[in-house]
Each structure stands twice: as C-alpha cells, then as structure tokens.
Design a binder for this molecule. Sequence first.
Ligand code: HEM
Length: 249
Amino acid sequence: MTTLTYRDYLHIDKLLSIQAPRTPDTAGTEVVLAEHFFIVAHQTTELWLKQIIADLGAAAEALAPDPSRGQEGLAASDGELSAEFLLRANDLLLLLYNQLVALEKLPLRLFAEFRPFLDNASGAESAQFKAFSTLLGDDQSDGKLYETFRAATECAGTSVAEVCRLGVHSGVHHRIAELLLDIGNAYWRWKVAHLGVMSRSLGEQSGTGGSSGATYLAGRLAMPFGELRRLRGEVHAEMAAHHAAQRAA
Ligand code: HEM
C-alpha cells in the first residue's frame, strides 16, 4: 500500500516550480534572488487572499438571516461560527501586513535592475484584491459583509445602532461588530504599509500599471465599514445629549 507523502499531498514540486524571475541569469545571483523575493511576496499574498475571501464569504453566510427563525434572529452558534471565520481572516491580514513590511528591505539597486522586466504587470490588476475590497466596502458604500451583518441585527429585532449603544450587552452581535472593525483597520494598515513600501522604493516614479504611483495610492486609502464607524460616533452624541438632559432636570 502506498502512503501519501507530504510532497504529494501539498504538490510541493508544482508549488516550487512557479517562481519564475524574468531577470536573465547573467544579471547575477543577487538580482535574481531579489526578484524571487518580490515574486514570493506577491504569490503568497494571493494565496492568503484566497483563504481570506473564502473565510469572509463563509462568515457572511453564517450570518445570513434564516427566515425560518423569524424574530429569534441569529442562532448563537451561527454567530460564533461567523466570529471564528472573521477572527482567522483578521489574523491572516496581520500576516500579510508583516510580509509587506519585509518588502521594505528589498534593496533599491536590485529592484531598479529587475523592475523593467515587470513590463506593465501591476498589483492593481489583482482580481482577488478587488474582490476582497468589494466584500469589505469603503467609507462611501457598504460591502456584502456589512450588509449581511446589518440584516442579521434587523432580523433579531435590533439594529447596528443599538448594538453600538449596548456594547458587550448585545452579545455575539457586538463581538462581530468589533471583528469587522479589526478587519477594516487591518485592511487600512495594509494599504498604508503598501503606500510606504511603494514610496520608499519608487519615490515619485509612476507605477508599472501606469498610475501616478504614490499620489494614486494615497487617493485610494479608504476605510471600510463607514456606517458602522458613523453609528459608533453617534453613541458619543447620544451620551452627551443624555448628560445635558440630566443636568437640565
Ligand atoms: C516593492 C514593492 C511594491 C511596489 C513598489 C508596489 C507598487 C505599486 C504601485 C505603484 C501601484 C499603483 C498601480 C500601478 O500603477 O502599478 C500598486 C498597486 C497595487 N499593488 Fe503594489 N507594490 C509593491 C508590492 C505589492 C505587494 C507585495 C502586493 C501584494 C499582492 C501588492 C499589491 C498591490 C495592489 C492590490 C494594488 C492595487 C491597490 C489599490 O487598488 O488600492 N503590491 N503597487
């Protein structure tokens, strides 16, 4: 009987054969290795993004209101399941952040040497990053994840505003709201770190995708979960009004 090996189970040969620096070998080992580092950073990001998108999709699915439950709303176990997925997505985003920071150590002279071989290839073309951003939404429009959360609160006879007001007293809804904000802030931190890596290594040069580079990326910094943030802010105004009413009484 043959036993499954680590190498076969994980398709290691295939995995390790898809890093293909375009720098010619004649350029020297340090340039080829620098490009290899750049490729691995992008490929692993795409791999983790695959997991993050799937986890966020599963988190939304677990939250999706079940009409058969009526006003009972979210089953506690579904809420916890959703939270478990959100927690993993958040941990993975932190990992992507650290990985990006490692790219700051890409030696400039070597990057300048292999960059022409990238042609017009650019991270801006990443279909997975776009899907991820759409799922999260931004400060102007809510993504599917937040919309499902809002629907789950309404189905339970409460609201996101109420969840913000009650905090821990709203149970698993509060836990999910906090995790959404963790993820939103981790996404923002990744974007700021990416701008930092980019501006450190390119200055005012334009991107391989044809954008203005730093100016373009700075203009794309947006915070997900705009409504949730606004509703949290309103808790201060409500509390201030409450204090004022007490003083007047
Ligand atoms: C030395 C490292 C890096 C540099 C200099 C860099 C540079 C840039 C630039 C200039 C852009 C703007 C679009 C363009 O004109 O090309 C961009 C966009 C982007 N890059 Fe990078 N990048 C780096 C690393 C990474 C890594 C490791 C990833 C991970 C996959 C990544 C993902 C992206 C994404 C998703 C966008 C689109 C961002 C958005 O639409 O807001 N980049 N990058």
